[in-house]
Design a protein around this ligand. Structure first.
Ligand code: TRP
Length: 325
C-alpha cells in the first residue's frame, strides 16, 4: 500500500499574510524537506471559508498564498502545490469522518474551545474543522505532517480518526506523525507574547522595508537607559536576534551585559539583519506575482496531481464503507 519515497503533506489556511512565526514554525520545514519526501503542500481554502466569506478576498488570499509558497522556495518540480478544493474528495471524506466521531470528542479540541471562550459565533465548520483536516491528511497516506505547535492536536485527531476507521472497516489509512521543530516552537512577537495574528504583534514575512523598520522600532522593551546593563534574556529584541543575528550574537550579548548598547541601536542592528534575510524573499515574490498566469498554471497542475491520488484513495474508502458495489 505504501510505495517508494515517503510522503509529506502539510498546508496553510489562506487567511492573510504569513509572518516570521509561521515561517520558522512551519513553512521553512516544507522547503527544507521537499528534496527528501514526496511533498504535497496544500492551500486549505475550504478551511478558510470558516472565517473568510467574501469571494474576492478568498480568491486573492489563495493566489497570495500560492505566491508565498513559491517565494519561500517551494519548487513545483519537487512539491505538489494544490488547493484543497481542487476536487470534492476532501469534503467527501470529512463527511464520512463526521459520522464516525462523537460530539464530545470534538468538543475537546483547543481551537473550538478557544472560539467558544471568546464568545464567538461558532459555525459548524469550526466545530468539524479537525475532521476536514484529518481528511486532508489521511487521503495522501503521509509519513509526516510538518506543522507549527498550534496544530499538534489536529494531527493527533487525524491519527485517532485513522485508527477508528481502520478498526471499523479494515486497514486503510496510515497513521501520520506530526513533525515539530523543537527550537522554533514559538517565535516571540513585538510585545513579547507568542507571535500570532490574533495578538497583532507580528512581523509579516513579506513586509516592505519601511513597514519592517517601523515594526522593529515598535518592539516593546523596558525603560533602561543606553548605558545601563541589560539582561539579554527576557529582552524581546534579543529574542529575535537569536533568529537573525547569528554572527553578532556573542558581541551583542557582551554589550548588553556591560551596558554598552541602547535598545535603539539594538533595534537598528536587528532591522538590518532582518532586512538582509527578508529582502531576497521579497524580491522573488515580486517577480512571481508579476506572472499571475504562471502561478495559476502551477495550481491547476498541482490540483490534477493531488486529485489523482485523492480519488484513488476515495474509491477504496467508498468500497470499504459499503456505498460502492
Ligand atoms: N489547520 C491548519 C492551519 O490552521 C491548516 C491545515 C489544513 C493543515 N489542513 C491541513 C495543515 C493538513 C497540515 C495538514 O494552519
Amino acid at each position: 500500500m505504501f510505495n517508494q519515497q515517503k510522503i509529506l503533506l502539510s498546508g496553510v489556511k489562506p487567511t492573510g499574510r504569513p509572518h516570521i512565526g509561521n515561517y520558522f514554525g512551519a513553512l521553512k520545514q516544507f522547503v527544507d524537506l521537499q528534496a527528501t519526501y514526496q511533498t504535497y503542500i496544500m492551500i486549505a481554502d475550504y478551511h478558510a471559508l470558516t472565517t473568510v466569506q467574501d469571494p474576492i478576498v478568498l480568491r486573492e488570499n489563495i493566489f497570495n498564498l500560492a505566491a508565498d509558497y513559491l517565494a519561500i522556495g517551494l519548487e513545483p518540480a519537487r512539491a505538489v502545490i494544490f488547493q484543497q478544493s481542487a476536487g470534492p474528495e476532501h469534503a467527501e471524506l470529512a463527511w464520512i469522518f463526521n459520522c464516525l466521531t462523537t460530539m464530545p470528542y470534538l468538543a475537546r479540541a483547543h481551537a473550538y474551545k478557544d472560539a467558544l471562550a471568546k464568545n464567538k459565533e461558532v459555525n459548524v465548520g469550526v466545530f468539524t474543522y479537525p475532521l476536514l483536516m484529518a481528511a486532508d491528511i489521511l487521503l495522501y497516506d503521509p509519513a509526516v505532517v510538518p506543522v507549527g505547535l498550534d496544530q499538534k492536536q489536529h494531527v493527533e485527531i487525524a491519527r485517532d480518526t485513522a485508527e477508528k476507521f481502520n478498526r471499523l472497516f479494515g486497514e486503510t489509512f496510515r497513521l501520520p506523525e506530526p513533525l515539530i521543530l523543537d527550537q522554533v516552537k514559538t517565535v516571540v512577537g513585538l510585545d513579547g507574547q507568542k507571535m500570532s495574528k490574533s495578538y497583532r504583534n507580528t512581523i509579516p514575512l513579506f513586509a516592505t522595508e519601511r513597514e519592517l523598520k517601523q515594526l522593529v522600532m515598535s518592539i516593546k522593551t523596558d525603560s533602561k537607559g543606553e548605558t545601563e546593563p541589560k539582561n539579554p534574556e527576557g529582552c524581546n529584541i534579543f529574542a529575535l536576534h537569536r533568529l537573525f543575528s547569528d554572527k553578532d550574537l556573542p558581541e551583542l550579548k557582551r554589550r548588553y551585559v556591560k551596558g554598552e548598547i541602547g535598545y535603539r541601536e539594538s533595534k537598528e542592528i536587528l532591522f538590518n539583519n532582518l532586512n538582509t534575510f527578508l529582502a531576497p524573499l521579497r524580491t522573488k515574490r515580486e517577480e512571481i506575482v508579476a506572472d499571475r498566469g504562471r502561478v495559476l498554471e502551477i495550481l491547476k497542475h498541482g490540483g490534477e496531481k493531488a486529485r489523482a491520488r485523492a480519488s484513488a484513495k476515495m474509491n477504496e474508502v467508498r468500497q470499504k464503507i459499503g456505498v460502492k458495489f
